[in-house]
Design a binder for this molecule. Structure first.
Ligand code: FE
Length: 228
């Protein structure tokens, strides 16, 4: 088996949200696609360990918020690399409650599809949920984020619990890159961290002391030099 073949499948990048009683939660997912047009059905695949999975199973609703191409890494980190069990993911996030009761994320998103679950399939580590869209709209003009763009341009990583996780090649070229021991984000001095005001060609050692991992919020001491 050649896992490189799996990487040739294209995806987008989304926030999948749901609710349970009065609580809301959401997570990043790339495995979202339209199943049929009439009725309008969409599908999403969610890890069983995730809080959002518990919420979707309980409320039988989910909302897909489509991330904009220019969404900063920190929003992907906030929803993708932290758990809603010990962190309010909607802190500092602009959102509204949709028709199903699931939250629609309005920060750094361009569209949403709000759905009720009509069926699901147990696929081992994950559950594949199919939902009928009851409401959808454009939030603002813009291009959607693609999974490929997130990885190649934004330098994003795949969480271990994502369906598409394949042990990534951590061999990198060049000097003085640093990897976050918490989430695997690699600080590349050639690129800097423009989302957070760090210009390209800034060495890791010269980052401000209060700089944190743009994905998971870890402090500088949680980084280690990538071995060449
Ligand atoms: Fe990190």
């Amino acid at each position: 088996m050649n896992f490189e073949a799996f990487k040739k499948i294209s995806y987008g990048l989304y926030i999948v949200s749901s609710k349970k009683n009065s609580k809301i939660n959401g997570q990043i997912a790339n495995t979202v696609f339209q199943v049929s047009a009439d009725p309008p059905l969409i599908a999403v695949c969610i890890n069983k360990e995730n809080l959002t999975h518990e919420f979707i199973e309980n409320s039988k609703v989910f909302c897909i918020s489509v991330l904009a191409k220019d969404a900063p890494l920190r929003i992907i980190g906030q929803f993708g690399f932290r758990s809603g069990r010990d962190y309010n993911k909607f802190k500092n996030i602009d959102y509204t409650i949709g028709k199903t009761g699931a939250p629609i994320v309005l920060s750094f998103t361009i569209a949403y599809l709000d759905a009720r679950v009509i069926g699901n399939m147990n696929v081992g580590t994950h559950t594949f949920f199919v939902g009928k869209v009851v409401d959808s709209d454009i939030i603002k003009k813009g291009e959607p984020m693609t999974y490929a763009y997130y990885h190649r341009v934004k330098g994003g990583k795949t969480p271990v619990k994502a369906p598409t996780y394949i042990k990534e090649d951590r061999e990198v070229n060049g000097l003085d890159k640093y990897v976050c021991k918490i989430c695997g984000y690699i600080y590349d001095p050639d690129k800097g961290d423009p989302d957070n005001g760090i210009a390209p060609d800034t060495m890791f050692e010269n980052l401000p002391d209060d700089w944190v991992c743009p994905i998971c919020g870890a402090t500088k001491d949680q980084f280690e030099k990538v071995k060449q």
